[in-house]
Design a binder for this molecule. Structure first.
Ligand code: GUN
Ligand code: FE
Length: 424
């Protein structure tokens, strides 16, 4: 019964995209790592469970970072005067090449894990590097942390520097097979996800091989899509005859449907690409801070939501400098306001309630029943001591959530649970 308990406090989770379910001074029951719902008073059947009393604290679902690059934590905040392709070539690829050295990788990943354990995120979609030993080590460290993650050994066999480029499609696929052999059933909370970096880095032969592996092992896939205008133009040259960047992935069989897929960014996705994402059930990882730092643009999130596209939030570490998805939530609201004011007045800005949904159920659905306290959801929870953030007037729970979204930092997260297990 290690993962069975009740938390008492001011509880809040998303009921729908636009509405919150609010429960002052209530009990959130966790049985074997799964929510047994929120109750005004503790039901008799749960009276035997230990009650952890956080009266006066805010309790929310854990947040989901649907897109981050573990090796890039090391250089966050640097190179922020560059756009995507220049930033990849001058900052990102040279840093990632260092992860051939497991001693360097261990030191860098230790700092990352420490940061992640302290913050509000409980679930992660992670890009590692192309290196096998460092990726295995990262997965071991994530498993040890108690966080729940999908981690990808990156595939890249073209248009990359010699020290960060797999020798051939065949070698990339052989390494990926070896990595899957070592990780597929090894961990409880850390599972592999196929990770072709993006179309410019992956030959046709490699993408075809990844699709074969996907079918054979029934694995999810993550990649990048329509982040930057020069990148979009480049993909149009590399994939003649495609109607859009997403269509290029789709032609390989890597765009949703039977294949659970995360595509990061989608800043420049037009109507056709948006329709393909909706049709295939592709998850968009919206990464507003990265999109600002790399001058990529403002993703049309309101249009995605209107079109029925599934959307979660991502840090895109180190395109974004901050791991916290609370920060991504406030950035997403702010970016949507600029889009509304400067780009299209038909796209109404996002609200705090909406970005809370994206940060919890929105991204969480990629992991299954995750991101809510409704009965049957895996129990990821944050206990937030927001007393230092309370205004001098009486504030309701919705207002407190807004204050936490804009003002909190890791110090306010006093406890964190993933799948009912304490992480912090
Ligand atoms: N596209 C391909 N690789 C990357 C990366 O590492 N970061 C971002 N933001 N975009 C990419
Ligand atoms: Fe990225």
């Amino acid at each position: 019964m290690e993962n069975s308990f009740a938390l008492r406090g001011d509880i809040c989770y998303s009921e729908s995209l636009t509405t919150l379910s609010i429960h002052p001074n209530s009990y959130l029951v966790c049985v074997d790592g799964v929510s047994a719902g929120v109750h005004d008073s503790l039901p008799d059947e749960y009276k035997h469970l230990p009650v952890i009393n956080y009266e006066g604290h805010l309790i929310t679902p854990g947040l989901v970072d649907l897109h981050m690059h573990a090796p890039q934590f090391a250089f966050r905040g640097l190179g922020m005067d560059l756009e995507l392709l220049e930033w990849l070539n001058t900052r990102t690829f040279p840093e990632e090449a260092k992860y051939a050295d497991v001693t360097y990788a261990r030191a860098a990943y230790t700092r990352l894990i420490d940061d992640l354990k302290n913050g509000p995120n409980t679930r992660l979609g992670v890009f590692a590097t192309l290196h096998l030993p460092a990726t295995l080590m990262l997965m071991e460290m994530l498993e040890e942390s108690g966080l729940v993650s999908m981690v990808g050994k990156v595939n890249m066999d073209r248009n990359s520097p010699d020290n960060l480029c797999e020798a051939s499609a065949q070698q990339s696929l052989a390494d990926t097979r070896r990595w899957l052999g070592e990780t597929a059933d090894r961990f409880a909370n850390t599972t592999p996800i196929l990770t072709p970096r993006f179309i410019p880095s992956c030959s046709d032969e490699l993408l075809r091989g990844i699709v074969e592996l996907q079918k054979e092992c029934n694995l999810p896939v993550q990649s990048h899509l329509s982040e930057n205008q020069s990148e979009v133009d480049w993909v149009a040259e590399l994939c003649p005859g495609t109607s859009c960047y997403g269509d290029a992935y789709r032609n390989f069989g890597l765009f949703g449907g039977e294949v659970p897929t995360i595509m990061a960014h989608c800043v420049w996705s037009g109507e056709k690409e948006t329709a393909l994402m909706a049709e295939g059930g592709v998850f968009v990882a919206h990464c507003p801070q990265s999109n600002m730092n790399l001058s990529s643009g403002i993703a049309p999130v309101r249009r995605f939501l209107n079109a029925g596209v599934r959307v979660g939030l991502g840090s895109d570490m180190a395109g974004g400098c901050h791991n916290s998805i609370f920060r991504a939530m406030s950035d997403a609201v702010q970016a949507s306001k600029l889009r509304w004011r400067l780009v299209d007045s038909a796209d109404k800005p996002l609200t705090v309630e909406e970005v809370f949904y994206l940060a919890t159920i929105g991204g969480g659905s990629f992991f299954g029943k995750v991101g809510s306290f409704e009965p049957g959801y895996e129990l990821d929870a944050l206990v937030i001591d927001d007393r230092p953030l309370l205004p001098p007037f009486e504030a309701g729970i919705a207002e407190r959530l807004a204050r936490v979204t804009y003002l909190s930092d890791d110090r306010h997260i006093v406890r964190k649970f993933a799948r009912g297990r304490q992480v912090k």
